[in-house]
Design a protein around this ligand. Structure first.
Ligand SMILES: C[S@@+](CC[C@H](N)C(=O)[O-])C[C@H]1O[C@@H](n2cnc3c(N)ncnc32)[C@H](O)[C@@H]1O
Ligand code: SF4
Length: 470
């Protein structure tokens, strides 16, 4: 897309919104890395249920996606909403790896050798908290227990502040082909306030080193809405990122959840809100699109040739707990404390407390804490929400054919509710489809929420469950 492309002027035109508009749309809502979302899952789902789901997946011979959670970080970034354990003293790593190996071993017994691993992702926390030797040991242990597809996607989250050349070399040697690194923002005052000092040069050198070693795809995480950010400052960060030339960019909305992460209260008075936060996002969006990145959806951008963009074009894009993925149809086996698994018919989450996870794995090899069996209605709604988030359009005939329903009568109340976003310019409704506009793609979480009947019941709780959609 060139800077004079008519769709760019259309985008700029659509992104002129009022305070009143933002006040109506910027409300708490899920990010839909699953449907139904995690607060709907229940504690009565346990290890026995997971074992049955494992057996079902094995019978269906679905491809396999593995996720491993490495929760440790050396220091706490104050904005962070991830499941982390802060531990400067690295003596915690070996006992964690030992238990993780038990879980990997047990999960591998549930996956027959005829099912290829098409994706293996290491997330955290900070997986490169581990030494290169520990990474090699853990990877080799896993590799011996599963059959990896030759073109498997092997990805890892790296923090440039703790990742060195030896890490990159061992990762590449093992076959990792995707790196995702946290940046957030380069402005010194923002970095100081969030307790994350990470100079531009350090990040640039890691990207150059990774390119040199031949990693296929490099992703950078940014956040808009951090304390002391403003559009001009963020524009400078975006320009620096564009100069580094990553293949993908995740531009997350800062999730302010102080009821879960108390440390976020430390900078609350410096947070940009409402129109100012929207301006920061608009700055990032416009600059990335002008630089030739495609807006994949919600918070992701990719270069036109990147697999994420190609997969969206081919309509094979899928969404799971790591965000967007090109591996539709694979069942996800999560390992490690708090890790989530996602199957065709169920979700399961591991114990969130480190010692509870360790004890459970010692006892039975698995550590399910809660989970969920999808109903037929959940399947239908998940397909609708997934189409919306991955392809920005809901083709009614596809849903009708897949589930044997009549979309217009099944979703009559939802279609009525969509008249408001239609009038606000978020969607185009026609006989055959629901199609989002540029503005609708930004507030796509709000559109997805229209199809989520659980939200009504969740409003009753005392504490909010989700961050705001902008
Ligand atoms: C596990 S971290 C990435 C790897 C590594 N630990 C690092 O920080 O470089 C995952 C990403 O989640 C995002 N993230 C964490 N807390 C967030 C929050 N409160 N709001 C939005 N995004 C957040 C950040 O962009 C972060 O890079
Ligand atoms: S942002 Fe990354 S490094 Fe910082 S605390 Fe969160 S997981 Fe750890």
């Amino acid at each position: 897309m060139s800077v004079t492309d008519p769709s760019l002027s259309q985008m700029r035109e659509e992104l002129r919104v009022s305070e009143e508009f933002l006040a109506r749309y910027n409300r708490p809502g899920p990010r839909y890395t699953s449907y139904p979302t995690a607060p709907v899952w229940n504690d009565s789902f346990g290890i026995d249920d997971l074992e049955k789901i494992h057996a079902e997946a094995n019978r269906e011979e679905t491809p396999v996606s593995l996720y491993m959670h490495l929760p440790f970080c050396e220091s706490l970034c104050l904005f962070c909403a991830c499941n982390v354990i802060i531990q400067k003293d690295k003596s915690v790593a070996p006992p964690y790896i030992e238990v993780l190996k038990k879980e990997i071993d047990r999960v591998s017994l549930a996956v027959s050798s005829s099912r290829p691993v098409v994706q293996f992702h290491w997330g955290g926390g900070t997986p490169t908290y581990l030494s290169p030797e520990q990474i090699e040991d853990l990877f080799s242990f896993t590799r011996e227990r599963f059959v990896f597809s030759p073109d498997a996607e092997l990805g890892i989250e790296v923090d440039p502040r703790v990742t060195n050349r030896a890490h990159l070399e061992v990762l590449r040697k093992l076959g990792f082909n995707r790196l995702s690194m946290g940046v957030q923002d380069f402005h010194p005052e923002v970095q100081k306030t969030i307790h994350r000092i990470q100079p531009y040069e350090l990040t640039r050198d890691l990207v150059l080193g990774a390119r040199d070693l031949g990693f296929d795809s490099i992703n950078v995480d940014l956040i808009y809405g951090l304390p002391h950010q403003d559009p001009e400052r963020f524009a400078a960060t975006v320009d620096q990122i564009i100069s580094i030339n990553p293949d993908r960019i995740a531009l997350f909305s800062y999730a302010h959840v102080p009821w879960l992460k108390k440390q976020q209260g430390a900078f609350v008075q410096f947070l940009p809100e409402g129109m100012k936060k929207f301006e920061i996002f608009r700055t990032g969006l416009t600059k990335f699109v002008e630089a030739g990145y495609l807006y994949i959806g919600m918070d992701h951008f990719a270069k036109p040739g990147d697999e994420l963009a190609v997969s969206q074009e081919k309509r094979t894009l899928h969404r799971n707990f790591q965000g967007y993925t090109t591996k539709a149809g694979a069942d996800l086996y999560g390992m490690g404390v708090t890790a989530i698994s996602g199957f065709r018919n169920a979700y399961a989450q591991n114990q969130r407390d480190l010692s509870a996870w360790q004890c459970a794995v010692h006892d039975r090899g698995l550590a399910t804490m809660r989970g969920y069996h999808l109903s037929e209605d959940d399947h239908i709604r998940r397909a609708v929400i997934s189409r919306l988030l991955c392809h920005t359009v809901i083709p009614k005939k596809e849903i009708n054919a897949e589930f044997g329903i009549n979309f217009d009568s099944y979703f009559e109340p939802e279609l009525q509710r969509l008249e408001v976003p239609q009038a606000d310019g978020l969607i185009l409704l026609s006989e055959d489809e629901i199609r989002t506009t540029w503005l609708g793609r930004i507030f796509i979480r709000n559109l997805a929420m229209t199809f989520d009947p659980y939200l009504e019941k969740q409003k009753l709780g005392a504490k909010p469950l989700f961050s705001k959609t902008l």
